[in-house]
Design a protein around this ligand. Structure first.
Ligand SMILES: Nc1nc2c(ncn2[C@@H]2O[C@H](COP(=O)(O)OP(=O)(O)OP(=O)(O)O)[C@@H](O)[C@H]2O)c(=O)[nH]1
Ligand SMILES: [Mg+2]
Length: 223
């Protein structure tokens, strides 16, 4: 074979290799563009979160509005005592809680039971640092709620709020004082210490409540 032929054959092989590389590069680019397009444009709507209707009760000043406002990232400075009731949709990663807060003043509490219908769970907020008299009133109200025909089968989240105050009772003291063990036997309930400045504890207790509402946690009655 002449030198010229050999050179031509080498050039042709180089040409084939180069075109192969170009074709592979184009294929890789096409896959990349397609993946980006799917990620940006074809992403479907996020799956709908389940919604639960809850009722939130507790004496005036226990912190119901403040806690719910903080969970909704609203400014706690604007909190005023609730006259009647107020409803907030509190968003969580895996659920939306439609919480109906009932004002806790003396003249409003007697109407609480009119607003229980349709509830799927109960949030009871108490001031762990309150006077003996107020604590006793809170205990009576919690006992009435736990025994009410429209609430007695529902999961209860009991928030022992105001834990940042030096006078706050511990969870063990509250559990004993509120006689939760005999009264709440057989019911699904969570007792959680919390305060306005500890959102992690608060969010954790709501996650537990959502698990109970979804019936993922069958072992939540803590005796
Ligand atoms: N130090 C302290 N103060 C709190 C805490 N939670 C609420 N408060 C304060 O307690 C006061 C009453 O809070 P609210 O959220 O209005 O109480 P509420 O239970 O909604 O009261 P009503 O709507 O009247 O039934 C406000 O000044 C809050 O800032 C807490 O954990 N620690
Ligand atoms: Mg309020």
């Amino acid at each position: 074979m002449s030198d010229l032929r050999i050179t031509e054959a080498f050039l042709y092989m180089d040409y084939l290799r180069m075109s192969e590389c170009i074709q592979i590069s184009i294929a890789v680019c096409r896959i990349g563009i397609y993946t980006c397009f799917r990620a940006l444009c074809c992403k479907g709507p996020p799956p709908a979160r389940p919604e639960y209707d809850l009722v939130c009760i507790g004496l005036t000043g226990s912190g119901k509005t403040s806690l719910l406002s903080k969970l909704c990232s609203e400014s706690p400075e604007e909190v005023v005592s609730t006259t009647g009731f107020s409803i907030k949709a509190v968003p969580f990663q895996n659920a939306i809680l439609n919480v109906k807060e009932l004002g806790g003043a003396d003249n409003i509490r007697k109407y609480w039971s009119r607003y229980y219908q349709g509830s799927q769970g109960v949030i009871f907020v108490l001031d762990s640092a309150s006077s003996e008299d107020d604590l006793e009133t809170a205990r009576n109200e919690l006992h009435s709620a736990l025994q009410h025909p429209q609430l007695c089968t529902l999961p209860f989240l009991i928030l022992a709020n105001h834990q940042d105050k030096p006078a706050a009772r511990s969870v063990q003291e509250i559990k004993k004082y509120f006689e939760l063990e005999p009264l709440a036997r057989g019911k699904r309930w969570i007792l959680q210490p919390c305060s306005l400045d500890n959102m992690d504890a608060l969010k954790d207790s709501f996650s537990q409540l959502i698990n109970v509402l979804e019936e993922k946690d069958h072992d939540v009655v803590r005796m």
